[in-house]
Design a protein around this ligand. Sequence first.
Ligand code: 13P
Length: 249
Amino acid sequence: MSRKLIAGNWKMNGSLAANQALVRELLAGLGGTAPCDVAVCPPAAYLAQLQSLLAAAPTVALGAQDVSEHVGGAYTGNVSAAMLRDFGVRYGIVGHSERRQYQHESDIQVGRKAERLLEAGITPIVCVGETLVEREQGLTEFVVTRQLAAAIHFNRARLDDIVVAYEPVWAIGTGQTATPEQAQQVHALLRAQLEAAGAAPGSVRILYGGSMNAGNAAALLAEPDIGGGLIGGAALKAADFLKIIEAAA
Ligand code: 13P
């Protein structure tokens, strides 16, 4: 079993001053070591700041929240995978439900974004997850496997190099976490899909995201197919994020 990965998705939060304080507290708490892989994903505007703040802290990797599905050129406002690489980015979130919802990103775009990241040597964190209505209609399996199938289609030869995150939309920012059993059920399904497509057994880390916090992390992370967490709100408080990291030991 590989080391767990705890990644903080800061979403559109932070400032130069707040980021500096958060990273200082985080690094002080870790004391130079981490019991699992750790990443922080700030807004793109702060990647240069975070690269510099983390320069002397190899235990915390830098991640991005999104990337363009294009290599480069006339795409105003977009950031390419090669640009992320320039700032030392090691992980890139793609297909977060907030981007699928507000930017209308399609499964195909998400698959291409993951492909661009892999080309640039960055590990994609491919997010999948169903809405509450979809869950209530019994469509969870259909939705998450459809979303993952697109990522598999564009990255079939590199499946062992991706990370997947199961983030039920109804659990994001709501305080309503999936139970460990609910999450494990979906994680096992996603793992079977990855392995049927050629991923080596147990190789892909599948993170859980959605109201994971200091109190519920240990139970979720104890499930056999939960390989870490993608943390939103609780990643903005160093003390909470540190407790989740400890729970992933
Ligand atoms: P919360 O932890 O705030 O529910 O957010 C989860 C998430 O969307 C991480 O990408």
